[in-house]
Design a protein around this ligand. Structure first.
Ligand code: B12
Ligand code: SF4
Length: 443
């Protein structure tokens, strides 16, 4: 066997020039590398910047060597995104999505050749899907882009670039070198607060006050992704025969799933993005003729007759029936089963249906026993929710539950009456408060 010192690769390496690892990169040079690779705009942030306080631990958890972050913007063409024809809009999303990943990969290649350690987590999919339904994405590109001066989040929570508007996709590259100069957030928000995104969203996910109904968007827009796909598979599994399946899933929905597997999943809406008139390159037609802009861009999306996916009893279901009677609400399951009490507690604020909670004013003390002991307080009041660790204040309902049984109950695999009889779940207070709690989180 060759000794390591005598191995040809080792000998060649030792005879070659020294390989310095640059610890600092010049701003202009890095900017040029990124623009040459195809980015339409770029900004740089150091990992210790305070704007990244809530992102840092997760990034360093995976890549402890990260010193700097490169944030990239790739522009999308506006007219395709605005098209009521979903295939046209989705072609643009997928095409620019791939392009964004390619640009990021090219930059990593250039940096790697120069001895700089760099990684490019995907702009969208694939994600760390084994963590589903917890947070599956590696880096949150939006806060990095905001810190890097590439725009601000509008009422619809997409980043609006000052020039390109929200017609952009984002990527982040993590590097192990310092960047000589940093970018700073822009000092105004390009969002015009016109609320056209609110008017366009078919499921009411975007509220005029900036509240975002995460599950409403996820259930409809992501019908062919993640939990939507799981729910469809379960429809197949539960069907007694072909005609039973057809009574659950319409033919276009079946072939749409085929298309999603063959070509790529199709976003069902993204109308918030389509409707947004903000950004220097975009704003002209809106300012020239607001009524015309509404008629040409927003109304075709609002008037489109289409299926809209909602969970029974959700705020979105009530919204579609009231605002868009010509659209067809299709009741589906969320397809998300929580696997831990930690996930249950962290997902509550995101899954909360504030209109379904109207009139409820209650404090819940949870005590979980068994595999995952935990204590938490949930306060639902004035259509808002607060989740805190431990027991705080006086409880209107105290729920003591075996953690595994509770997760089974949420997944509809365990019956509540069974769990109460066996004392796997115990209540102190009115059971009606538990029913009211359930109404706030339809699944
Ligand atoms: C999760 C996600 C979603 C979720 C949540 C959207 C959201 N507002 O965050 C859903 C499935 C609803 C979604 C939808 C869309 N998305 Co999306 N999405 C992401 C993703 C993977 C992470 C977003 C993120 O950083 N969230 C966390 C914080 C920073 O954002 P936030 O607004 O405060 O968080 C909300 C939710 O994410 C949720 N949340 C936060 N943390 C957690 C943790 C858990 C466990 C859960 C369950 C929820 C949750 O709570 C917040 C309020 O509801 C990014 C890609 C990436 N890796 O960054 C793309 C990204 C944000 N999406 C993008 C796009 C284009 C869309 C859609 C237009 C999809 C489409 N083509 O139809 C819609 C727009 C919906 C909207 N108005 O926001 C672009 C936005 C580009 C831009 N200009 O800003 C991104 C940046 C992808 C990219 N590389 O460009 N998306
Ligand atoms: S549509 Fe109007 S309110 Fe919504 S994000 Fe764009 S500019 Fe802001």
């Amino acid at each position: 066997m060759t000794k390591l010192d005598d191995h040809p690769s080792v000998v060649r390496f030792r005879q070659s020039e020294p390989h310095p690892r640059p610890s600092r990169i010049e701003f202009e040079r890095l900017r040029r590398i990124c623009l040459d690779a195809g980015a339409d705009d770029v900004g740089f942030v150091a990992i210790d910047r305070h704007d990244l306080d809530d992102q840092r631990a997760e990034i360093l958890g995976l890549y402890p060597w990260t010193k700097g972050l490169i944030s990239l913007v790739c522009r999308m063409n506006r007219e395709p995104i605005r098209s009521p024809a979903r295939s046209v809009a989705n072609l643009e999303f997928h095409h620019v999505g791939d392009h964004t990943n390619e640009v990021a990969s090219k930059i990593v290649s250039v940096l790697e050749a120069e001895g700089v350690r760099a990684v490019n987590p995907s702009m969208g999919f694939p994600m760390e899907i084994d963590r589903f339904p917890d947070k599956v994405w590696v880096v949150s590109h939006k806060p990095v882009a905001v810190a890097a001066g590439l725009g601000q989040m509008g009422i619809h929570r997409n980043v609006i670039h000052p020039k390109f508007g929200n017609f952009i996709l984002l990527a982040t590259i993590l590097i192990d070198a310092e960047i000589a100069e940093q970018s700073r957030p822009i000092d105004y928000n390009p969002c015009l607060e016109c609320k056209l995104c609110v008017a366009a969203c078919p499921v009411g996910a975007i509220a005029p006050d900036g509240h975002f109904d995460f599950t409403a968007c996820l259930t409809h827009n992501y019908r062919e992704f993640l939990g939507g796909f799981t729910d469809w598979v379960e429809q197949v599994a539960d069907s007694k025969n072909a005609s039973d399946y057809r009574s659950r899933v319409e033919d276009p929905e079946t072939v749409s799933m085929w298309q999603s597997l063959g070509f790529g999943p199709q976003y069902k809406a993204a109308y918030c993005m389509a409707a947004c008139p903000a950004g220097d390159d975009v704003i002209g037609p809106f300012l020239a003729d607001r009524k015309g802009f509404m008629n040409e861009v927003v109304n075709p999306l609002r008037e489109k007759e289409e299926s809209v996916y909602v969970v029974r009893g959700s705020d979105a279901e009530a919204y579609v029936s009231k605002r868009f009677p010509h659209k067809k609400p299709r009741r589906v399951g969320g397809g998300r089963r929580l696997r831990s009490i930690r996930s249950f507690l962290s997902v509550l604020p995101h899954a909360f249906q504030r209109h379904a909670s109207a009139g409820l004013d209650a404090t819940y003390h949870f005590e979980f026993t068994g595999e995952e002991p935990a204590a938490a307080t949930v306060v639902i009041r004035g259509k808002s929710i607060q989740v805190e660790p431990g027991h705080v204040g006086a409880a209107d309902l105290r729920i003591v539950a075996d953690s595994r049984t509770w997760l089974g109950f949420l997944a509809k695999e365990r019956n509540l009456a069974w769990a109460l009889i066996r004392r796997k779940i115990r209540l102190k207070g009115s059971p009606r408060l538990l029913v009211a709690f359930g109404r706030c989180f339809p699944s």
